[in-house]
Design a protein around this ligand. Structure first.
Ligand SMILES: [Zn+2]
Length: 262
């Protein structure tokens, strides 16, 4: 007589415990899914609020023309997108349709100022995808804040895993946005004198670096001397900066922020 009643309580207790465990488990899974999603949803807001609007990768999965490496987390990877079926490594000089005279040196850090008329085409030097786009010129000569010096700018990560950056643009080409696949020779913007180039002849500031997380302008502006590559591409050559970038990257070590001309 007592045994069936005890058994009923036992079954009930097991059921309650199981429900509790299930609930805990379900909560745990939910939390994990939430935290897993967090970096994705926070990515587009990496740039501190300010006069410069620098957009970073924002859900580039919506269009067939978006990068296959549409997962934002893969954007800064050197290796993953290189396997993209759409790209091939072919280099072109980054100023199209105009004469461009590349400077042999650059103040403070490696880069080249390619002097060309205003309104010339800044083209992607290689197949790849758009990295960062700065659409608003927030530079102020009285403060000369480092992140704003480029004015309007576009960076591209090539299928070779190298990042290419052009700044002082007068305009960004229509449709250019982070994550967009671009081809070598495709127009990214037009040359100009925005940012700290305001008082200079129009030129394209051109920098070569390795990909980083968004907003690291002190690397994006140029870390490897581009002159030899520019000279090659201008003459139809195909000199690749891949090994130079890898070597400088190793020597650079841990990034602790801007080191010079900050
Ligand atoms: Zn420059």
């Amino acid at each position: 007589m007592t045994r069936p009643i005890w058994a009923v309580f036992l079954v009930a207790a097991v059921a309650v415990t199981a429900t509790g465990l299930f609930a805990l488990s379900a909560t745990g899974v939910f939390d994990e899914a939430q935290s897993g999603q967090a970096p994705t949803s926070s990515l587009p807001t990496t740039k501190p609020a300010g006069p410069t609007t620098t957009t970073t990768v924002a859900a580039p999965t919506t269009s067939a023309t978006s990068a296959p490496a549409a997962t934002p987390g893969q954007r800064t990877s050197v290796s993953a997108p290189v396997q993209s079926p759409v790209g091939r490594t072919r280099y072109v000089f980054p100023v199209g349709g105009c004469r461009g005279d590349a400077s042999e040196s650059h103040h403070d850090y490696p880069a080249s100022d390619i002097f060309a008329k205003a309104g010339c085409r800044f083209v992607s030097p290689v197949d790849g995808w758009v990295d960062e786009v700065t659409r608003v010129d927030g530079w102020d000569g009285t403060t000369n804040v480092g992140r704003d010096r480029g004015g309007l700018s576009v960076s591209v990560v090539g299928v070779d895993g190298v990042r290419y950056y052009g700044s002082h643009l007068s305009a960004i080409a229509g449709g250019i946005r982070p994550g967009l696949i671009v081809r070598a020779g495709q127009t990214l913007g037009l040359t100009g004198k925005t940012g700290s180039a305001r008082g200079t002849p129009p030129h394209l500031h051109f920098g070569i670096s390795w990909p980083t997380s968004p907003g690291k302008w002190w690397i994006r502006r140029g870390a490897v001397p581009p002159q030899a590559f520019l000279a090659s591409w201008l003459g139809g050559g195909q000199l690749s900066p891949v090994s130079s970038v890898a070597r400088v990257r190793r020597a650079y070590g841990v990034d602790r922020g801007c080191r010079s001309y900050c």
